[in-house]
Structures are given as C-alpha cells and as structure tokens.
Write a protein that binds this ligand. Structure first.
Ligand code: F0G
Length: 351
C-alpha cells in the first residue's frame, strides 16, 4: 500500500517511541512542498512552500501532537491540558478524541480565531477562556499540570518538538538535501527549535549533507526575541503568534546562531500583504500568522539580503479556513444577479 502512515510510522527510528508505544495518529505529515512561482520570480531563487495547513486539523501542531498524545497514553494519562492561541488546542482536542482522553484547553479570551474555537468545541474539549494573554494561559496550564493529574501537551513537552522535527526530514526527503534557507513564523518558538533539530539530525546521521540557515519572523507587536525582552501586552492581527514571552526563546536563538540565521520582525501590514499574495498569486490559502514567513522573505529580499540562485523553503503553518475573516475583510462584495445568463455574463464582463 502507498498510503502515508503518519509521522511516527514514517520516521519511527528517529523518534523516542518503542514497540510498546500506543500510536495515536490521524496520519499527519506528508504535507505538500509546493514550488512558489511568484516568490521564486521575485527573489531569483527556487522558493518552496511547506504547506502545513494540509495536516489533519489544519496546522503543523499535529506532528507534535501525535507524539505528545501517544507518549501521554503510554504513561497512562487520562487527561491532557494545553494553553493555546488556537491551533494547539484544535490539535490536542482531536488527538485526545482518538486516544479516548479528556482534553482541557486554556485560551486567551476573545483572541483566538473562530474556526479554531469551533474545532476545540466540536471535538468535545473543555475550554476555559482566560482573562489574559497566551503567556498567562501557559503559566496557568503549567501550574495545573504540576498539581493535578493532567499531562501538559504544549511545546514545552519534549515529545512535541520531536514530532515537529519530522517536517525537516520531509523537506530533505523531497529536495534531496537541505535548502540554503528555511523561513518560519515564530510565536512560542517551538517550531523553529524543532526544525533546527530535524535538520541537524539529518545532517549528522542521515541523508542530508548540509544544514540551512534558519530565518524566523515575529510580528512587530509581539517580537520579544527581536527586542531582547518580554513584551507585556503583545499585539498583532496574527493571533496565532500573539506571544510576549516564548517558552523556547533560548533554543530559537540557538537555532539562529548555530545556523548563521536571523530572527527579525514583520509588521501586520507586511503580514497581510503576504497573506493576500499567497492566496491571489500562489493559490495557497493560509492563516495570517503563517504568512509571516513569506512576509519575512520578501522583506529580506527587498533589503538585498537574498542572493539569487538559492533554494529556500518557507513553512506556512496553518490553513486559511481557520481564520477567514481576513479573507473577507477588505475584499469587494460579491455582486448579486437574477437567474439569467445575460445578466450574469454582463456582471462578469463576458458580454
Ligand atoms: N503559525 C501558527 C499557525 C501557529 O498556530 C503558531 C503557534 C505558530 C505559527 C508559531 O509556532 O509557537 O512554535 O513558534 N501556535 C501556538 C498555538 C502558540 O497555541 O496554537 P511556534
């Protein structure tokens, strides 16, 4: 059979699982690496999009969650908890269903996209809206997991990072070697940590002969790593990365420094512009936070930091359907027509 088996079965020998680990999976991973036509033209490079919105719950979180929930099950946990800006909770909720576990989620009140809230609800998780931001939610979730019998499945859980590193394996498997540059949005900084681990491992003991430079982009209003200090009131329309004190701060800096990369910021305006460009010119619909990687690449290219001829991969982390408000906002209203071919043709400019 040729069906993709999910990241644990596909990369079992590189993950901390044993024959006894109960594999809880929705067959995540195996996502498309799509050549980006316009971005390649603009940069003079071969640019690819790693489309993580194609995962079962619509974001890269599924790679980490299959590992975290499988390990929690192996350890006998009956309940899991996470703090989330929306995608982690959607993923945890779905995988908890598969594992027969109770899932509790803590989200910043009024600051998560409707689609993500809908996912957590429909999968039957217990949702608490916290009067605070993501950083407050994470502190609360950590505290609860220390005092009560509930496993924490945020990316501070090492199994999450292990699962997420498989995205780098897939990129190398598809391209034959690591790219020159890998670009990612940065929020809690788990994913850039995971990709770097994956690239390092594949270069040390795997098929890759080289490692990419890691470029991470935070939203300007939520850019603690760029500022060099926590941001107390993080702001950005990209709610998924509205984070002021990333848990994996140090390891993100390590990824940057060991790879000769950079961590920079992009404004909400640059994020929205990249979001629209991806949809209108590449045919790839992502959520705003995901567009931070592409916004960053374009910013760097305009600043003359991108030598032509390189191979560049941008991860787009989540599906556009999760947060469609931004697609509708500012777009022209659809025209209304009667059931009449001539009228429709006229409105379409065909007549
Ligand atoms: N893109 C999307 C769509 C995300 O949901 C997140 C994080 C990131 C990028 C940033 O990844 O945190 O590993 O640096 N979302 C988390 C959540 C915080 O709760 O869903 P990171």
């Amino acid at each position: 059979t040729h069906q993709w088996r999910g990241i644990i079965e596909e990369y079992r020998d590189r993950l901390p699982v044993t024959a006894d680990t109960p594999v809880v999976t929705l067959l995540e991973g195996g996502t498309p690496l799509v050549p980006a036509q316009l971005l390649s033209e603009r940069t003079g490079c071969d640019v690819y999009l790693k489309v993580e919105g194609a995962n079962p719950t619509g974001s890269f979180k599924d790679r980490g969650m299959t590992m975290a929930i499988s390990k929690a099950k192996e350890e006998g946990a009956q309940a899991v908890i996470c703090a989330s800006t929306g995608n982690t909770s959607a993923s945890a909720a779905a995988y908890a269903v598969r594992a027969g576990m109770v899932c509790a989620v803590l989200v910043p009140q009024g600051k998560i996209a409707l689609g993500k809230m809908g996912q957590a609800l429909v999968h039957g998780s217990r949702i608490l809206q916290v009067d605070g931001n993501f950083d407050d939610c994470l502190e609360l979730a950590r505290g609860l997991s220390e005092k009560y019998p509930v496993a924490l499945v945020n990316s501070v859980n090492p199994a999450r990072i292990e699962g997420q590193k498989t995205a780098s394996f897939e990129v190398v498997d598809a391209l034959g070697d690591a790219p020159d540059i890998h670009v990612l949005p940065v929020g809690n900084a788990g994913n850039i940590t995971a990709y770097w681990r994956g690239y390092r491992e594949y270069a040390e003991t795997g098929p890759a002969t080289r490692r990419p430079r890691m470029w991470g982009y935070q939203a300007s209003g939520s850019a603690p790593i760029v500022r060099g200090e926590p941001v107390r009131q993080p702001q950005t329309i990209a709610t998924a990365i509205r984070i002021g004190n990333p848990a994996s701060w140090r390891s993100a800096e390590q990824a940057r420094d060991e790879s000769g990369g950079l961590i920079d910021e992009v404004t909400d305006r640059q994020i929205l512009s990249a979001y629209r460009l991806l949809a209108a010119r590449e045919g790839v619909f992502v959520e705003p936070a995901s567009a931070a990687s592409v916004a960053g690449l374009l910013k760097a290219a305009e600043a003359g930091l991108v030598d032509p001829g390189q191979r560049i991969v941008c991860t787009v982390t989540g599906n556009g359907l999760k947060d469609p408000d931004w697609a509708v906002a500012g777009a022209p209203q659809p025209l209304t027509v009667p059931v009449d071919a001539d009228a429709a043709a006229e409105k379409l400019g065909l007549a």
